[in-house]
Design a protein around this ligand. Sequence first.
Ligand SMILES: [Zn+2]
Length: 433
Amino acid sequence: MSLPGYFTKGIVRLVLAAVFTLTALAHGQLTAIRAGRLIDPDSGTILIDQIILIRDSKIERVGKGIDIPPNAVVVDLSRMTVLPGLIDCHTHLADGAHDGEPMGQFKKTAAQVALESVPNARAMLESGFTTVRDVGAYRALGDIALRDAINRGDIVGPRMFVAGAYVTISGGAGALTGLAPDIQLPWDLRYGEANSPWEVRKVIRQLAHDGVDHIKTLSSGAVLTHGSNPKSQEFTLEELQAAVDEASHFGLRVEAHAHSAEGIKNAIRAGVASVEHATMIDDEGIALAKQHGTYLDMDIYDEECIQEGGRKGNVPKDFLEHDAQLGQIQRDNFRKAVAAGVKMSFGSDAGVCAYGTSGKQFAFMVKYGMTPMLAIQAATSSAADLLGRSSEIGSIKAGKYADIIGVPGDPTADVRLLEDVKFVMKNGQIYKH
Ligand SMILES: [Zn+2]
């Protein structure tokens, strides 16, 4: 080969390589998933032998018999059932490695809590939950830092939508309680305290400025808070209305923690997007939720972990006293709400049970009245609707993020298969296979 010919070939190769790279950059990385079965929660159906074409982070096409472009990376899940990534609407990923005692927060710096939260986020994603609505951390704004670190790609975790802090009455369900009255808490452990409609508005304005995705209010006492009574009412109707109105100015939705029947009804009447726990909801509350289109986000599995922690001596005695009988009441009311056709979302209160075990709630949702498909919809299409993100997540459709999971077998026949998710993709990137 002559020297000029060698150079010419070399230049041609370089030019071809450059063109290929530019084409790849312009058109993105292509991935094709062969799905043996594909669950579509939008229609409640199972599709057979589907091809999912993914370009970068988004789904481009889904269907049977689609031609797979030669430059696509092929992922063969033809022996699996493929579902949209699961969504847990009630998590607390940014509380570090806590042991069930809120006072443990005083033994750690904010930096310790933040770094301890890194494995929580990974466990959540690897268990198949590609999105969470994280509903509060004791140390304010730590959840925002965790969300942003995941979005930058610095650490592995689910897509997070965060609350920033608990908007709560002083000494209420979202406050750190149990200390002597003359102990002054640092700013980030009392950031969300508010005691009038205007104080509620002020806190929400601050949180909106801090960059939160939604607002968490507490409308009744709590089980896992010292000196609290879950049967009580905390924020007034007026304060909750102020929360919903103020949040709407920033395009934010509000969720309300509520165990007591009155706390639940106040929250629904105020116009919250979802009631968390909804433990003692009465018939009027169920009718109101239906009328207002309010989601109930009921954590009906974590009672198992509270009771087990109690047997091991890991749950404070007063928490167990608050909890007495409430677990069964909540499960019975879940069944009633499902039968009444109330909108239901999947929320596990992750952190009460170990991170990465939220999937165990599916079997309880089925035990208490849902079909497996309804339980799957609660954690996919319905959850996305609650978050106001149906155009981005919640089903495997063109234009949505490529958040996709896979399990062997058929989870609509045995929903417990979702306790052990084998394939996890988020944003078009594979995290588990
Ligand atoms: Zn919670």
